[in-house]
Ligand binder design. Structure first.
Ligand code: GTP
Length: 306
């Protein structure tokens, strides 16, 4: 991995000695973006804001000490994934064991050796980049970059649980490209793939409200989730998504429905309850989608799940 690739990485230096921060920054300049904090309390704020991959944490800090800061960083959802390296003059095994138990991954001994600092930080930045790549593989659909179905199911579960606690309605849509087999047959599979990416982009750009998200649900099928929506709003969402794809005017000369690519949408709106099964909710959206297809395609239908 070249130094250029590390530049994407962010490192937070936490130490109450500005001279030492200066020295470490000079060592790391060129391989990452550096921010700093002079106390544990400040470190929590900066880390939550900057989301560094690596944190160099001094043990002797005013106020919260290094252990307390490490514990707080590891217990916050926003900062728990950062790799924490203690900056320390201690080398006793008790100290190291405690730091590792609190979630630290490594140590940098004081006084510093520049080459060692660089090597240790690079290792952690590389691991962070690899972990991020794996996370993307696990969550994303390779063709469109949207969430894949597995991750979608997990996110939908979380959203449903939240709406159940708040007793609020939400909506889910299933969206299917019309006559996509004819598109593939007419333009070829590579063009079909490109078309799927175009639709994915249109849908992503169409979802601008907080909490909304979209996934590739299957071959030429997509799924969207819309917080706080009752049946009336859900109906509008379905029509809106239909229109957004139509408006893009992606040529489809092989479709009996229109000269541009169209989609059919089935929407379900519901207030989640404890005994509700997600597969039944999605089956309800699928029924609405079937009705949209039966009504001539290029349209949306809504169902409510009682
Ligand atoms: N290019 C491409 N095609 C895909 C992909 N996944 C599924 N398909 C194609 O999507 C087409 C879906 O066809 P059908 O299920 O018959 O549906 P349709 O032709 O869209 O017809 P209606 O849904 O009834 O409007 C099939 O030809 C699949 O091969 C993919 O990743 N890339």
């Amino acid at each position: 991995m070249s130094d250029q690739q590390f530049l994407m990485g962010k490192v937070l230096i936490v130490d109450d000695n500005p001279q030492l921060i200066k020295m470490l920054s000079a060592i790391l300049r060129g391989i990452c973006t550096v921010s700093f904090a002079l106390s544990g309390e400040e470190a929590l704020k900066v880390a939550a804001q900057q989301k560094p991959q690596v944190i160099l944490l001094d043990m002797q800090l005013p106020g919260m000490n290094g252990f307390e800061t490490c514990r707080a960083l590891k217990s916050s959802a926003e900062t728990c994934n950062a790799a924490i390296l203690f900056l320390t003059a201690h080398s006793e095994s008790d100290f190291e064991v405690k730091a590792l138990e609190l979630g630290a991954v490594d140590f940098i001994a004081k006084p510093f050796n520049s080459a060692v600092v660089m090597a240790r930080v690079k290792t952690q930045l590389l691991l962070a980049a690899q972990t991020e790549t794996l996370r993307q593989y696990a969550e994303r659909d390779a063709l469109t970059g949207l969430y894949n179905r597995r991750y979608f199911d997990k996110k939908l579960d979380e959203e449903v649980a939240w709406h159940r606690r708040q007793a609020l309605p939400m909506a889910v849509t299933l969206l299917d490209i019309d006559h996509f087999k004819l598109y593939n047959d007419g333009y070829g599979h590579v063009a079909g793939d490109h078309c799927l990416r175009q639709v994915a982009e249109i849908l992503s750009e169409s979802l601008r409200r907080p909490g909304e998200f979209v996934a590739r649900y299957g071959g030429e099928e997509f799924c969207t989730v819309h917080p706080y929506n009752d049946k009336e709003q859900a109906g509008k969402i379905g029509q809106y998504l239909c229109e957004q794809v139509r408006k893009a005017q992606i040529p489809q000369e092989f479709s009996p429905t229109a000269s541009f690519l169209t989609v059919s949408v089935g929407t379900v709106s519901f207030v989640p309850t404890l005994d509700m099964k997600l597969q039944d909710v999605l089956a309800c959206a699928d029924k609405a989608l079937y009705l949209a297809k039966q009504s001539g395609r290029n349209t949306a239908r809504t169902n409510s799940f009682a």
